[in-house]
Design a protein around this ligand. Structure first.
Ligand code: ARG
Length: 467
């Protein structure tokens, strides 16, 4: 059924019909469409625009449609233009002429704006849930690896020793910011556009705040023209998801590197790896690679929607129908990326010996050797120079600093004493770094304590949102 046949004298061109339709993808928010309609009808009866009897008949019809879709008895195959037409047509088919009153005081412009907000809000809640689980997994790795030494890198060159807990602490921070961004987008978008009509409101005495409250919005939107043309919250969500995808991609990249034979810091579980059709020995980190790769399509969605929106005059334009597939794709993608990352991390084994061995080589304690000299009153710039010469000597003689004899140290600088060995041991290099946020045991214990508090707070707020 068409919602707009009256002023037309010819049938729509078939190609136009299929080009124009959105039922194939907006069917996914049928629940939200029906929920919104029920709230609308309740409000109409409260305002004496519909009788209570009409309200109950319409709500009964809507619920039966929902139930039949839920159970697969009603499928989206009637050629309707969109989910709104589909539901309305079936309502009229089921309850007769009273069904024709449903759309009183409403346009598809405010209806679709509402449906999409309801749908996206539910999805944000689910994304937060999944992100929370990922944060728990990251914290779990941190707690177990406070003394798992590993090299830290700059320029992908070994730089200074650190711990696995410290390294994962960095991802904890990233994911907490990602979570915060979702919370803040959710808060800003939580206003109900219903009642904005096509864009200029209506002459019926609608109670927009009542509808907003029924649908758990903080309030009704303020300007009716903005209500139907605002897609900022989708752009915000897509940029939040792009940043999150970027973080997941960086972690994946590290896992891929750590999983190479040259590093072998980690062993991926068989359940999260794949093989090669030609090389029998291979066990590939495909999942990490796909997580890394899929960031591309998420950024793509953001750029697509920004581009779609950029030249649109107020208020509604059909271009905006394009917001759906891109948003759905990005949301679906992120939901599986987060789940897969959690699963991959929880099954991955860390090779502690390999990591510590690697941290010991490569002169990662050179900075500490220089700091040792500074404590003996050598100016840092001179200390840097002296240790540079030590490193050169080490490279030429294939020795790490820990393996130098005291004589070798003294040949380069008189300031070195027996206590140099302790000063540059892996343990000292890590454990003595206790400035806030550093890998030393005291500092990381503090960081973990804080992180636990943050998780608790997120958990509490989450439960409040969902109640
Ligand atoms: N399928 C449309 C969309 O997603 C619904 C709104 C249609 N409104 C209209 N005036 N044609 O945007």
């Amino acid at each position: 059924m068409k919602l707009w046949g009256g002023r037309f004298t010819k049938e729509t061109n078939k190609l136009v019909e299929s080009f124009n339709e959105s039922l194939s993808f907006d069917q996914r928010f049928y629940k939200q469409d029906i929920r919104g309609s029920i709230a609308h009808v309740k409000m109409l009866s409260k305002q004496n625009i519909l009788t209570n009897e009409e309200r109950d008949i319409i709500i009964g019809g809507l619920l039966s449609i929902k139930e039949d879709i839920d159970n697969g008895l009603l499928i989206f195959d009637d050629g309707s233009e969109d989910i709104h037409s589909f539901v309305e047509a079936h309502l009229i088919e089921r309850i007769g002429d009273i069904g024709k009153k449903l759309h009183t005081g409403r346009s598809r412009n405010d209806q679709v704006a509402l449906d999409m907000k309801l749908y996206v809000r539910d999805e944000i809640d689910e994304l937060m849930e999944l992100l929370y689980e990922l944060l728990c997994e990251v914290l779990n790795i941190m707690e177990k690896n406070k003394s798992t030494y590993m090299p830290g890198f700059t320029h992908l060159q070994k730089a200074q020793p650190t711990t696995l807990a410290h390294h994962f602490g960095a991802y904890f921070e990233m994911f907490v910011r990602d979570y915060d961004r979702l919370v803040s987008t959710r808060k800003r978008m939580n206003t109900s556009p219903l009642g904005a009509g096509a864009f200029a409101g209506t002459t019926y005495e609608l109670d927009r705040e009542y509808v907003a409250a029924l649908l758990d919005f903080d309030m009704a939107t303020r300007n009716s023209m903005d209500s139907v043309s605002d897609r900022d919250y989708l752009l915000e969500l897509l940029s939040n998801l792009s940043i999150l995808a970027m973080h997941l991609s960086r972690l994946s990249e590290e896992i891929i590197i750590w999983n190479t034979d040259e590093y072998r810091f980690v062993e991926m579980d068989d359940t999260y790896s794949t093989g090669s059709s030609i090389m029998p020995q291979k066990k590939n980190p495909d999942i990490a690679e796909l997580i890394r790769g899929k960031s591309g399509r998420v950024y793509g969605s953001l750029i697509s929607l920004l581009t779609t929106m950029k030249g649109l005059p107020l208020a509604y334009n059909k271009d905006m129908q394009e917001d759906k597939e891109m948003s759905f794709d990005a949301i679906d993608t992120l939901k599986s990326l987060i789940k897969l990352m959690s699963g991959m991390l929880s099954t991955m084994k860390f090779n502690h010996e390999k990591m510590a061995g690697s941290a010991r080589g490569g002169f990662t304690n050179a900075t500490d050797a220089a700091d040792y000299l500074v404590k003996k009153n050598v100016a840092f710039r001179d200390a840097h120079e002296i240790v540079g010469r030590l490193v050169l000597y080490g490279i030429e003689n294939k020795k790490s600093l820990d393996d130098f004899t005291l004589e070798e140290f003294k040949n380069i600088s008189e300031y070195f004493e027996e206590d140099i060995y302790d000063a540059i041991s892996l343990k000292t290099c890590v454990e003595k770094r206790n400035t806030k946020g550093a890998p030393g045991l005291n500092a990381i214990n503090e960081e973990i304590k804080e992180s636990k508090k943050i998780l608790k707070l997120l958990n509490k707020n989450r439960k409040q949102e969902n109640k």
